[in-house]
Write a protein that binds this ligand. Structure first.
Ligand code: PHE
Length: 455
């Protein structure tokens, strides 16, 4: 198989890690989660989760990848044999499932980038999405055939992913991120600048930042903060282990983890400002409150945003195109990181070339993703997304941390490894976070999820 791939530069690795972290979640999930869970007050649990779980686990995963230089299953195998390898495969399985529907959403965003130029969605933006674009069946049972309007952009998304991933770690993933991430920042800044200069923007920002301190007493708010940080930083999905396994021997792990974590949060904050400024404008136009127009996910991006774009004065088509292009760019860089987990895992496990592994792994994901391009696609997408969010993220994080810390007792070894090569040294706070705080909070989270789902 030849020599193991490596990132060409430190900036290349950081761009790739940030590219993975910054995704659809930052743009359409974070603003609403923050707004719903205390507005300005949400920053307290958010920062707490970032500093006690997000960055500590990122440092841990970077260390594991760097030390064992393998895909997630191989790294865990080298850590503790067969008894640990499955943990890597679990992360890969979750990543695989996410990749199948994440690609579909990027495909919609691609279509909407083009639609923006002539506001093709008309006045009934909901009817347009569910009717003309998705051709949604009345119920999942009659999921019907493929919807050509979704199929074609979806194939395009996979073709782009194939090209980038086939080109390899340095000439594919790194290069793509070095182009896409700076471009994303510029494009998204334009979107935010335009949004905050709209009439009523302040109303939206006020709704977004206004702290509701009473929410801090509500445990779900803390659970939401932890869940969001895991998803947003792409931790516990085998991704960051895989990416850091391509680091050169001399690499500053801790510093890179801080940069990745803060860059991701910075982008998220920017997205909150842009989205809520636009919602404030919309509320003002409609004579409603921000609470009436605020939403998240598919509804926010593909129903509410087109309405906002309709109402905007001057160059609104361009604004729309830039907004949806941001989704495409943020989504693509996350998608390739998710795919890389199984490409690396399969190629190392079965000792096959990268090319074969891309063709097989990404090919299979592409075929499965066709399910979401049928007339029942949106129903399946909701189910998959629900399942992943409820049982994937926190569960893997919890098991990973508890096994490493308490069963394999590797925390000290990893701390020393990170400290040997990093400027910032991890010490007591890192160990306290991973030994006690993270397992306790995640344990509570799992308990809470089971309680809500089973009883
Ligand atoms: N972190 C990405 C986001 O915020 C999503 C993601 C999750 C990417 C899991 C890869 C794996 O959207």
């Amino acid at each position: 198989m030849g020599q193991r791939s490596q990132w060409g530069t430190r900036a290349g690795f950081i761009m790739a890690a940030v590219g993975s972290a910054v995704g659809l979640g930052n743009i359409w999930r974070f603003p609403y989660v923050a707004y719903e869970n205390g507005g300005g007050a949400f920053f307290i649990p958010y920062l707490f989760a970032l500093l006690t779980a997000g960055i500590p686990i990122l440092i841990l995963e970077f260390t594991i990848g760097h030390k064992y230089r393998g895909s997630a299953p191989l790294s865990f195998f080298r850590m503790k044999g067969k008894g640990a390898e499955w943990l890597g495969w679990w992360g890969i399985f979750v990543s695989f499932v996410i990749s199948t529907y994440y690609a579909v959403i990027i495909a919609w965003a691609m279509k909407y980038t083009i639609y923006s130029f002539n506001l093709a969605w008309g006045d009934d933006t909901g009817g347009f999405l569910f009717g003309s674009v998705l051709n949604l069946a009345d119920n999942p049972g009659e999921f019907g055939g493929l919807v050509p309007g979704v199929l074609i952009p979806l194939l395009l998304v996979w073709a782009i992913a194939f090209i980038i991933l086939l080109a390899g770690v340095k000439r594919g993933i790194e290069l793509a991120n070095r182009i896409f991430i700076p471009l994303l920042v510029v494009v998204f800044l334009l979107v935010v600048i335009r949004a905050v200069t709209l009439d009523g923007a302040l109303l939206g920002l006020d709704a977004f930042f206004k702290p509701d301190l009473s929410k801090l007493a509500d445990s779900t708010v803390w659970v939401m903060a932890y869940g969001h940080i895991f998803f947003s930083l792409s931790i516990a999905f085998a991704i960051m282990i895989t990416y850091s396994s391509y680091l050169p021997k001399k690499s500053d792990i801790t510093n890179n983890a801080f940069i990745t974590g803060f860059a991701n949060s910075g982008f998220e904050l920017l997205a909150g400002i842009g989205v809520f400024a636009a919602l404030g404008f919309m509320a003002t136009q409609a004579g409603e409150s921000v609470a009436d127009v605020a939403s998240a996910g598919v509804g926010l991006a593909f129903v509410v945003f087109p309405q906002i774009i309709n109402e905007m004065p001057g160059m609104n088509g361009l604004f729309g195109a830039l907004f949806f292009l941001s989704l495409v760019l943020a989504g693509l860089t996350s998608l390739i990181s998710i795919c890389e987990t199984y490409i690396a895992g399969v190629s190392e496990k079965f000792n096959i070339s990268r090319t074969k592994s891309v063709l097989f792994g990404v090919g299979l994901a592409a075929v499965i993703s066709l399910l979401f391009a049928t007339r029942g696609g949106l129903y399946f997408l909701d189910v998959a997304d629900y399942f992943i969010n409820q049982f994937g993220v926190a569960a893997i994080g919890l098991v990973e941390v508890v096994l490493i810390v308490w069963v394999f007792k590797k925390l000290d070894v990893f701390g020393e490894h990170a400290n040997e090569i990093s400027d910032i040294k991890v010490g007591l706070w890192w160990k306290i976070c991973l030994r006690f705080i993270t397992p306790l909070v995640l344990g509570y989270m799992m308990f809470d999820l089971l309680r809500i789902n089973l009883f």
